[in-house]
Design a binder for this molecule. Structure first.
Ligand SMILES: Nc1ncnc2c1ncn2[C@@H]1O[C@H](COP(=O)(O)OP(=O)(O)OP(=O)(O)O)[C@@H](O)[C@H]1O
Length: 755
């Protein structure tokens, strides 16, 4: 009976793959056909590009279906019977009957939520395990206990499939968990998308993976809105983003932008690093005011009694304190950003200087009215407005600034800060941008405003050019009209052929239709646009972001549709804002949802017992880590290396002694030891963005954030900050070893088996 069940499922799954192949073939040939389409003109090209983009998206989704296309089946008591898969697929019949349902569909929910206690109408739930296209196993759970039919695949342990997933060797890339999402995770994944949802949980509780599935779910449930606005996922560093980058494509989703904070100011690559003190100062909320005041300092006045004297053909112009003061007051009164208020400043200065000159030139020595008429004055004004010297003087007092220039100047000479803080952030000319500079740049861009008048003028000129071109096209068609179609009344009385009003409107419309549309995906456009408003933002390791970083992110999400995941116990950044309430109050007051994940799916119980000692020793004696879902029976160990000179060789030996196989091993060591350790480790990958798919990786504790490995060797733990050590110790999925030259703190030593 049981082989019969297996055979039937195999038949079904094979049929599904055949349908997937057919759909893929259809989509591929449609893309090919669209690419070959050699229509003339922009319209045809536009249509072709849109088609290709749409079908490529479809192809990506179909490709995503290849692995684990169908992984579940729900048999309801009322007779409904559905297969559940990574993507939904319909048959080719007229009704387009669903063959397999997308895991995100509402009917699929009992797959994740139903229990014997709350069966949600289910009779039986089946997990279908596959390797490639072959069905390798069935695991049935009977949820209707009155049902006596048995399939022969009933599992004694409902967690069998989950445990198999958790025990599997790591690949260096995060995998999706659609087959084994747990009920507490499902509730978070499908929570309503309006407002801010905070997900807190200890190490390994699935915060990251849940946040990614939530992004996939939201894109499915609100595709109309979110695909247009794109979803932003913010992670702690590029290596981490590389680690998670496969999950959404594996779920068929491409409308997502993954970025670390340092990548959120288009045109800037933040390759530098700050000292903790500098990052802390740069991240403070007060920096917004500090920058504002520093910018006000750039809106200068000449010293009273020491005016700017501008040589001019009609005599010297005196730009004194009063003129500049009035002009500055008028410009500030506009409440526009600095660069946008500048024309007001310039206008007032030019106006005042024109008056000055007019009074001097047209002055009647006998006390009569000024000799100059309005035209003469306008002429004078024109001369002043086009004088390079006048513009240089205006630029001196109210310079046009780019965010890059302004922040560079500021960091070279930090003002409005206590001396020690100024010293911490001061940087040498030409130093690289750091991630903590990015929120400063963004804040400055807001204060400065974008002077897009040049871009607008260019766009208008381009539009005019297109109109002229379209008009030319119309002229040609007008001239080539056959006589019968010509409407005499539309001809110009003098016989010349001019376009009439409606023709010109048509010309404009035609130009609009021909304008090069932006064919990039929403995610691509968002990446290049600082002012893009995302449909939803997911922030991982949210506890690390500074107040200034939050200001940046909130600007990118005016709807405040956000999922924030993090663990305050893992906060490493000096600028990190410890409490969710503190982070969120300025933006949403107390209108945010809080939820917690409490089960550790990564780290075995034996290792968690060691890791928990770290926060306990650091002043939180009652600290309780999340409960580990499994124990491995393998005790974590420690080895003291008495002589520092032997450390590299001992680490190499420990790497060589670790069980080889499919899995990945990480050596986590303070950055200062990397130069010593790397040469001893054969084929190791290290550096800023190590290749995590290689068998052995050398990382510093900060780089290890969010990652996981089958085996982890932690080197010299006494050199770590508390939270860094807690993070490092919670990275393994199977085995932990510690190598040290200095004695271990007692609680840690007690928990580790000496080797
Ligand atoms: N339902 C599940 N099924 C299978 N694996 C799961 C499930 N939930 C979590 N995991 C696995 O547990 C591991 C930890 O998940 P994840 O990295 O998302 O945790 P985290 O809370 O972000 O951890 P940390 O804060 O330590 O970085 C991952 O390998 C993830 O795939």
């Amino acid at each position: 009976m049981s082989t019969e069940e297996l055979r039937e499922e195999q038949q079904f799954v094979s049929g599904l793959y055949a349908r997937l192949d057919a759909l893929r073939e259809e989509a591929e040939s449609a893309v090919r056909a669209s690419l070959e389409q050699v229509g003339n003109g922009l319209q045809a090209r536009l249509e072709r590009d849109v088609l290709v983009a749409e079908r490529s998206g479809l192809l990506a989704a179909l490709d995503a279906g290849e692995n684990g296309l169908c992984f579940g089946r729900l048999v309801f008591r009322d007779g409904r019977d559905h297969h559940i898969g990574r993507i939904g697929i319909r048959a080719s019949d007229a009704e387009r009957t669903p063959l397999v349902l997308d895991w995100r569909a509402e009917v699929a929910r009992p797959f994740y939520l139903a229990t014997g206690h709350t069966p949600m109408g289910l009779r039986r739930r089946r997990h279908i395990s596959t390797e490639g296209r072959e069905v390798t196993g069935l695991h049935d759970e009977i949820l209707d206990l009155s049902d006596t039919t048995r399939t022969g695949h009933e599992g004694a342990d409902a967690d069998e499939v989950l445990l198999a997933a958790l025990n599997s060797a790591r690949t260096g890339r995060m995998q999706d968990i659609v087959q084994t999402i747990q009920a507490e995770q499902d509730r978070i994944i499908r929570a309503p998308h309006q407002g801010v949802l905070v997900v807190e949980g200890g190490p390994g509780t699935g915060k990251t993976v849940v946040a990614l599935h939530r992004a996939a779910y939201l894109l499915y449930a609100h595709r109309e809105h979110l695909a247009k606005r794109a979803v932003l996922i913010v992670g702690p560093n590029p290596a981490f983003l590389g680690y998670i980058s496969d999950v959404l494509p594996a779920l068929g989703e491409t409308g997502v932008l993954l970025a670390s904070l340092g990548e959120l100011f288009p045109g800037i690559t933040a390759t530098g690093t700050d000292t903790p003190a500098a990052a802390e100062v740069k991240g403070r909320a007060e920096m917004a005011d500090v920058l504002e005041r520093a910018l006000e300092d750039r809106q200068r006045l000449p010293e009273p009694g020491a005016p700017v004297v501008i040589a001019h053909d009609d005599g010297d112009l005196i730009l004194d304190w009063e003129i500049a003061y009035e002009a500055r007051a008028a410009a500030r009164e506009t409440r526009l950003p600095h660069n946008l208020a500048r024309p007001t400043f310039a206008f007032h200065v030019i106006d005042a200087l024109t008056q000055q000159l007019a009074e001097r030139i047209g002055h009647d020595p006998y006390g009569g009215p000024n000799f100059l008429g309005p035209d003469d004055i306008a002429q004078l004004g024109k001369g002043i407005a086009t004088s390079a010297e006048v513009h240089a003087a205006i630029e001196e007092l109210w310079p046009t600034l780019t965010p890059e220039q302004f922040v560079t100047d500021y960091l070279e000479e930090p003002v409005h800060l206590p001396d020690a803080d100024a010293a911490a952030v001061r940087r040498a000319p030409g130093a690289a941008w750091t991630p903590a500079d990015v929120p400063l740049l963004d804040e400055s861009a807001e204060l400065l405003g974008k002077d897009d008048s040049a871009a607008l003028a260019r766009a208008e000129a381009e539009r005019q050019r297109q109109v002229a071109y379209a008009q030319g096209v119309l002229d040609v068609s007008y001239a080539s009209r056959t006589y019968e179609f010509e409407d005499k009344e539309e001809s110009d009385p003098d016989g010349s052929e001019v376009l009439l009003a409606h023709d010109i409107i048509d010309a404009e419309r035609m130009a609009e239709r021909h304008e090069e549309a932006d064919h990039r995906s929403a995610a691509e456009r968002a990446a290049a646009d600082r002012t893009w408003a995302f449909g939803h933002i997911v922030v991982d390791e949210a506890q690390e972001l500074s107040a200034m970083a939050w200001r940046l992110l909130m600007r990118r999400c005016p709807t405040r549709s956000m999922t924030l995941v993090g663990d305050p116990a893992q906060t490493a950044e000096a600028g990190g804002v410890g409490s969710w309430a503190d982070i969120l109050a300025p933006y949403v007051e107390d209108r945010w949802e809080f939820t917690r994940l409490g089960v550790n799916y990564r780290t075995p119980a034996e290792i968690m017992a060691v890791a928990a000692e770290v926060p306990r020793a650091a002043g939180r004696p009652a600290f309780e880590p999340p409960r580990s879902v499994r124990a491995t029976g393998v005790e974590p160990w420690a080895r003291r290396v008495p002589d520092f000179g032997d450390l590299a060789a001992e680490v190499a030996k420990a790497v060589a002694d670790s069980p080889a196989g499919e899995g990945r091993l990480a050596v986590i060591a303070p950055r200062t030891l990397h130069a010593t350790l790397a040469p001893a480790l054969d084929g190791v990958t290290a550096g800023e963005e190590p290749d995590l798919t290689r068998p052995v990786v050398l990382l510093d504790p900060r780089q290890a954030k969010g990652l996981e490995f089958d085996t982890v060797l932690v080197i010299e733990p006494t050199h770590y900050e508390t939270s860094d050590l807690y993070v490092a110790l919670t990275r393994p999925t199977q085995r932990l070893g510690v190598l040290h030259t200095e004695p271990l703190p007692e609680p840690l030593a007690r928990r580790l088996t000496p080797r």
